[in-house]
Design a protein around this ligand. Sequence first.
Ligand SMILES: Cc1ncc(C[n+]2csc(CCOP(=O)(O)OP(=O)(O)O)c2C)c(N)n1
Ligand SMILES: [Mg+2]
Length: 545
Amino acid sequence: MTAEALEGHGGELALAPLRAAGVAELFTLSGGHIFPLLDAAVKADVRIVDVRHEQTAAFAAEGTAKLTRRPGVAALTAGPGVTNGMSALATARFNGSPVVVLGGRAPQARWGAGSLQEIDHVPFVAPLTKVARTVTATDDIAAAVAVATAEALTPHRGPVFLDVPLDVLFASGKGDASGPVVPAPAEPDPDAVRTAAEILARAERPAIVAGSDVWWGRAEEALVRCAETARVPVFMNGMGRGCVPADHELAFNRTRGLLKEEADAIVVVGAPLDFRLRFGRYEKADVVHVVDAPEQQAGHADVAVSVVGDLAAVLDRLAEGGRPQRDRSAWIERLRAEETEARTADVDLLEAPGTPIHPARVYGEVLRRLDSDAVVVCDGGDFASYAGRFVDVKVPGSWLDTGPYGCLGSGPGHAIAARVVHPDRQVVLLLGDGAFGFSGMDFDTMVRHRLPVVAVVGNNGIWGLEKHPMDALYGYDVAADLQPGCRYDEVVRALGGGGELVEDPNQLGPALDRAFAVSERDRLPYLVNVVTDPANAYPRTSNLG
Ligand SMILES: Cc1ncc(C[n+]2csc(CCOP(=O)(O)OP(=O)(O)O)c2C)c(N)n1
Ligand SMILES: [Mg+2]
């Protein structure tokens, strides 16, 4: 393929390969160092979404990547713009999200003389990214962006960072407009696949745990085929949620606890063996770990076999080779019975009539109004944990959580991304009151860009996920209280959106109906601020993992 020759300023050279990779939006907050990137976006018809804090720009870029599986792009100005984006970069690293951050940088001709916002970003961004480098010649910009973007998209995916000194970015130069070239996925080692298939085939009580890389690797159909052909129950986390639709007979969510003592084989696909998965320690199970790149293998865990390679290819081979040698119907029926029992037990919580409102009741009312393809975004402590328990994901690519980095404040950026890339789908943002504080100002962004997001705050007036554990450990707590009943809805109204406070459980449903109707009609965010019971703690087995 002969690449199209390109001439222009540094911003145009930077955006061309991203356009070729399908990028259609740029998340940013202004700064003189990055003007050429903004100018190029205007000329190339890339939608600019300007936010109120750079962390929101970078979280929105991550949300875009998660929802579209294209690179998500943020342009951050030199110095504080880049430092403000670091938590979101770390989040993208943990989630394997292909995010491209383009940073401004003080001019290189005067480097060291003390220009405004002059700092070398590369050393502090490098541990968070797959690539972190400075492009020092205008003619190198297009190729550097193409190569970095390819790296972001290559398994194991992750964020990349390039900064371009002001004098290099404003200058004119040449390049070519070809997009990133992503290498073909690695072929898995046949011996490792055979061993994995044998473990699966002889298991009586197996399970698959599927994580974000199944989604990133476009392996969701292979996952369904594998589950159905080999008759294996599936549990999902992160972007894995929905890869087997929640209403599938082999999809499970509430019975993960049974795996610890009862499963005899667990195939973890596309997820790290981290605190969410007991660090890979199960009492009776042989653990098969299927990863998309060698560095994802878990050195800390005692696994029966690691398989490295294209996840869809591995799952297809496991489908065939893992066909059961023994009848698994008793195991599947047992899990289903327990799952149904757990769900039945939850009905009382979801309908809890008391005041102050039980957080689960909020979910009872939200779920009744949720479209099957709604994008659900969660950000918070206990309130977000309830989302993981109650929200069934039926369409892959419609669940956005913070992931294992656990950074509060990701929700508004993710919700902005969701509305930008899915203008026709419901977007529901489930926020703790503590979480609201980190990026709450970006409801202004939703107003200015006419992004109808329905936000629901579980307002318990505390940092619940910290207050309860501290009480339990010390017999008292400190630095764990917020303002009870604080009017976050009024904040959103002051910014030009809609909002209301709910204290009576019977008013929850009507308030949510108004939120969906008004936000859609007026193309505005709407925040339902629900005063919930601070005495309620999410029942969890571990906190710090
Ligand atoms: C940026 C950041 N700061 C602090 C924490 C630690 N932390 C985890 S959960 C939590 C409490 C969250 O409170 P809220 O959003 O109100 O949800 P709740 O637990 O009350 O439902 C805190 C402070 C974190 N995860 N991320
Ligand atoms: Mg709270």
